[in-house]
Design a protein. Sequence first.
Length: 351
Amino acid sequence: RQDPARPQRTLSEAEVRRMLGSGLAAPAAPARAGRARPVLMGALAAAGGAGLLFAVMGSNAGAPEPAKAAPAPAPGASAAPAVPAALDASGYVVAARQATVSADTTGRLAAVLVQEGARVRKGDIIARLDTRDLDQQVALAQAQLATATDAREQRQVELDAARDRYQRIARLWEQRFSSEADYRAAAFTVERLRAARAMGESEIAVAQRRLEMAQQLRRNSLIVAPFDGIVANLAAQVGEIVSPMSGGGFTRTGICTIVDIGSLEVRVQINEKYISRISPGQAVDITPRAYPGLRLPGTVVTIMPAASRETGAIEVIARFDRIDERVLPNMSVDVAFASRPDAPAAAAGRG
């Protein structure tokens, strides 16, 4: 406790600075200046110095040191090129190859042999048309071919008989036992029957082509898969009329849609401001939103050469490097583009 009879002495600023320099109340670090300053103020107040308090608060002992300037690069040294940041986008899975399968001829659907989601291979029978009329056409063509063949045989027999008669008349005419008129008539008959036989050959060829066409129409009643894929949409049912051409509201033009799973790709819309970060051959990581833990490697294959005037976006197509059977067409995906095709992070993500 201070003696009231003892006169109070105010410390000068120089004395305060000497005390701080001796380490009596100096803060240990700028980060702790806020906590050390009250301690110092209490100690100085106990000593009875109002001027000391003013001097400490005005001191810059707790101020942080100014940042040091970066050293200048050595002469002739070049700065490292800036690596663009990775780009993230969202898109959808589409199939590059898919086909709506229809019949080659108009007919009534007699059987559907697949269901939606079924896997088919090229040449597998998907559906079958009613072939009763086609069977009749095949039978008619076969009968016409048989008739043409019989007619040719008959003309061949007649031609052989005409040749024998011509040879006899020719010998008699040489011996002057036959008239010239008989000789010429026999020769004319041979030529006529030879022409008839040639026409019979043509009729056989026509009948053969007609039979082949009828058989082809019957084969066309079998609708087969054009390539390996999955049945994505079944549009026709047994009993409906199907046709390769639209014939009205009651005629189906397609039976089902086949999707080639091996041709799946991702299409994303990239704003034109960021398209410079993308190039063909660039590595991407594709994550289906249905399976957040599934990361599939891919590669940019196409950058569309046109932008949308309304949105200012450019479509980018990336192909899967490895297809997963869980990925299906029209799924939404998140696509992470590598900063550049040879970036180490991209290579690690594709491993």
